[in-house]
Design a protein around this ligand. Structure first.
Ligand SMILES: NC(=O)c1ccc[n+]([C@@H]2O[C@H](COP(=O)([O-])OP(=O)(O)OC[C@H]3O[C@@H](n4cnc5c(N)ncnc54)[C@H](O)[C@@H]3O)[C@@H](O)[C@H]2O)c1
Length: 301
């Protein structure tokens, strides 16, 4: 059964995905090992131990990790690979992310203005894009240490957003980070397919608020995954919006986890009850198609 690393795992989407892989363990003879990575070292260890008690068939551990730090992320991956995972890494979910946290710093009005414009706050890119690039690099490195004859050598799932498919005028840096993840996944998929490694992305709509009155007596596994709350934005922001259930996102994760070699480079838009695979743009003309094919054939750019 797979050894799994999930970033941003102690809340929202990451927590729901952790529950999914933990619950997959219950029917198996061997334990899934799941490492929950998160910057939240305050409640993170407690969340991991209560999940471990809830899912006794899975091994669940917490590691403090700020994904925007290459050094920190590389050290955590290495330690897990060498110790907990005993030299086998199967699935990485690069999910940790933040919003633009209020008003964007790109188009803010400067007060005073004598010193000219201030440098925009790029921390959303450091976490949502650089952090994901670091996870992808580390995932491919350790998966590629598996024997070459193994056919399924690893799966990477990145959490993008529907803001990686549509304009989000109030949060252009968040959108840039998510368009970046979509481009990263589409391009990397073509590089790793020959290695037996797959990489796909989730592009969720607005997702995962707690239902008003869940009835604990009749909760199914899907309900339990579905009641995970997200904390990326204040709840007032979601008022009046149509919320996609977490269950739909888990359907997309399940499709990636159980998919064959052809499930690679997919961007799964998660909306309402539906998972829609979004194709890349078609080529504008034959010259563009030929030139991009030539880059690929040369193997460098
Ligand atoms: N909730 C939504 O509606 C929605 C929609 C589209 C995409 N997303 C994306 O889903 C992902 C998860 O978001 P969520 O809604 O579950 O949010 P959340 O705030 O509930 O969870 C995010 C988790 O990431 C962790 N985190 C933040 N910065 C980190 C860092 N530097 N290093 C490690 N961990 C860090 C947080 O501590 C938290 O546990 C994000 O990438 C987000 O952009 C969310």
């Amino acid at each position: 059964m797979p050894n799994v690393i999930i970033t941003g795992a102690t809340s929202g989407i990451g927590l729901a995905i952790t529950r999914y892989f933990a619950s997959e363990s219950s029917s198996s003879t061997q334990n899934n090992k799941i490492a929950m990575l998160d910057i939240n070292a305050t409640t993170g260890p407690g969340i991991a131990s209560s999940l471990a008690a809830e899912y006794p068939n899975a091994v669940i551990v917490f590691r403090k990790c700020d994904v925007s730090s290459w050094e920190e992320q590389a050290a955590v991956f290495r330690e897990l690979y060498e110790n907990e995972f005993e030299g086998k890494l199967d699935i990485v979910v690069a999910n940790a992310g933040v919003s633009e946290r209020g008003y964007t710093t790109l188009v803010e009005h400067e007060k005073g203005g004598a010193d000219g414009p201030r440098k925009p706050d790029l921390s959303v890119l450091d976490i949502n894009l650089s952090g994901v690039i670091f996870s992808v690099k580390l995932a491919i490195y350790y998966m590629d240490l598996k024997p070459a004859e193994e056919k399924e050598r690893g799966l990477v799932i990145c959490t993008a957003s529907n803001a990686g498919l549509y304009a989000l005028p109030t949060a252009p840096l968040y959108a840039a980070s998510k368009f970046g993840v979509v481009g990263l996944v589409r391009s990397t998929a073509l590089l790793v397919e020959d290695k037996g490694i797959r990489i796909n992305a989730l592009a969720p709509a607005v997702l995962g608020m707690l239902p008003l009155s869940p009835s604990p007596n009749i909760l199914t596994r899907a309900d339990i995954i579905g009641i995970t709350e997200t904390n990326i934005a204040p709840k007032e922001l979601y008022q009046g919006m149509i919320i996609t259930p977490m269950e739909t996102l888990i359907k997309a994760v399940d499709g990636f986890a159980k998919g064959g070699r052809e499930v690679n480079g997919q961007i799964a838009e998660v909306h309402g009850e539906n998972v829609t695979v979004r194709e890349a743009h078609g080529f504008v003309d034959g010259d563009t198609e030929r030139n991009l094919g030539r880059f690929r054939g040369l193997g460098w750019a």
